[in-house]
Design a protein around this ligand. Structure first.
Ligand SMILES: NC(=O)c1ccc[n+]([C@@H]2O[C@H](COP(=O)([O-])OP(=O)(O)OC[C@H]3O[C@@H](n4cnc5c(N)ncnc54)[C@H](OP(=O)(O)O)[C@@H]3O)[C@@H](O)[C@H]2O)c1
Length: 274
């Protein structure tokens, strides 16, 4: 069950982001839910957060958290499977969720490409099933590229709104890990895609943020399903030694980083760097 984060009082951070439109993928649990919750305490009244994932219940729970933190921020849940959603589906969802007739336009619009899966945690020599590999890259790379393009197309109709693009990365994007081949490749590719975006679009602020090892479901999978024994026991030790990071802690760091803009557009910034 998700907990309300005590550090996110409306009093201390309210409206530091101003009126905003925000898109968060993978918003039904884990880091994505914590991003929505953390944002709620920082956004001005009338801001809108579009949260996307497959679980309607998870999205509803996230919406409840947002409401508790800041009832003046509207959370719009959208059930979507990024493995199968078409460009037209994504366009309809984003286009229909952010802009409301006669509402004032925001000063800022941000997309958090948070969706991610670990995939098969096996050695590369065992990854023989083409469909598994294709599905992995469809969700973790292809759908992200298309969603991002759709988001930018919609935002191009509002040139006065500042646009920020945040990719949730990982240490695995820069460091190889045995039996995590697809995950490492996916994260490295995503980092490079968003580095290219930063070069192409100097008016857009782009960040690749690695949140550190989180105390959530994904780490439990890492501890139990990683094929490589050495890597598996490394994940287990991080848990045993209390080194995992609570989602709200890394989200606070990310959102403070974005407020301060203390990075170059396209940079890969790790939790431990700031
Ligand atoms: N956990 C860590 O230690 C860690 C470390 C570094 C980076 N990260 C990165 O942080 C991000 C969030 O991970 P997390 O730890 O919060 O993982 P998580 O708890 O497994 O959350 C993943 C999110 O993605 C959604 N999702 C998965 N497949 C989907 C699909 N086909 N269509 C739509 N949504 C889908 C899930 O929602 P539904 O199941 O409801 O669809 C969920 O909301 C990922 O990019 C991950 O790589 C995590």
């Amino acid at each position: 069950m998700l907990r309300r984060c005590p550090s996110m009082s409306i009093e201390s951070k309210a409206a530091s982001w101003g009126l905003s439109w925000v898109v968060v993928t993978g918003a039904s649990q884990g880091l994505g839910a914590a991003i929505c919750q953390g944002l709620a305490g920082r956004l001005a009244a009338g801001s809108r957060i579009l949260g996307m994932a497959r679980s309607a219940q998870g999205l509803q729970d996230t919406g409840d958290l947002v409401q508790k933190v800041n009832p003046d921020v509207k959370f719009i849940p959208h059930v979507v499977d990024f493995e199968t959603a078409s460009r037209e589906d994504l366009k309809k969802i984003i286009g229909g969720s952010l802009k409301v007739e006669n509402d004032p336009l925001p000063s800022r619009s941000v997309i958090f490409h948070n969706v991610g899966s670990v995939g098969p945690l096996d050695y590369l020599q065992n990854l023989k099933d083409q469909d598994t590999v294709n599905h992995y890259f469809q969700l973790n790379i292809s759908s992200v590229v298309v969603l991002n393009a759709v988001f930018l197309e919609i935002m191009s109709q509002h040139p006065d709104i500042a646009v920020e693009v945040i990719n949730i990365s990982s240490l695995c994007g820069v460091q190889p890990l045995k039996s995590w081949g697809l995950y490492c490749a996916g994260k490295a590719a995503r980092d490079m895609i968003f580095k290219v975006l930063a070069e192409e679009e100097p008016n857009i602020l782009v960040l690749n943020y690695a949140p550190g090892p989180l105390d959530n479901n994904m780490q439990e999978i890492a501890r139990t399903l990683t094929a490589d024994k050495e890597v598996r026991s490394c994940f287990a030790s991080m848990k045993d030694e209390g080194k995992l990071i609570a989602c709200h802690v890394t989200v606070d760091k990310l959102l403070d980083l974005l407020r301060g803009h203390q990075f170059k557009s396209g940079d890969h910034v790790d939790y431990y760097d700031v």
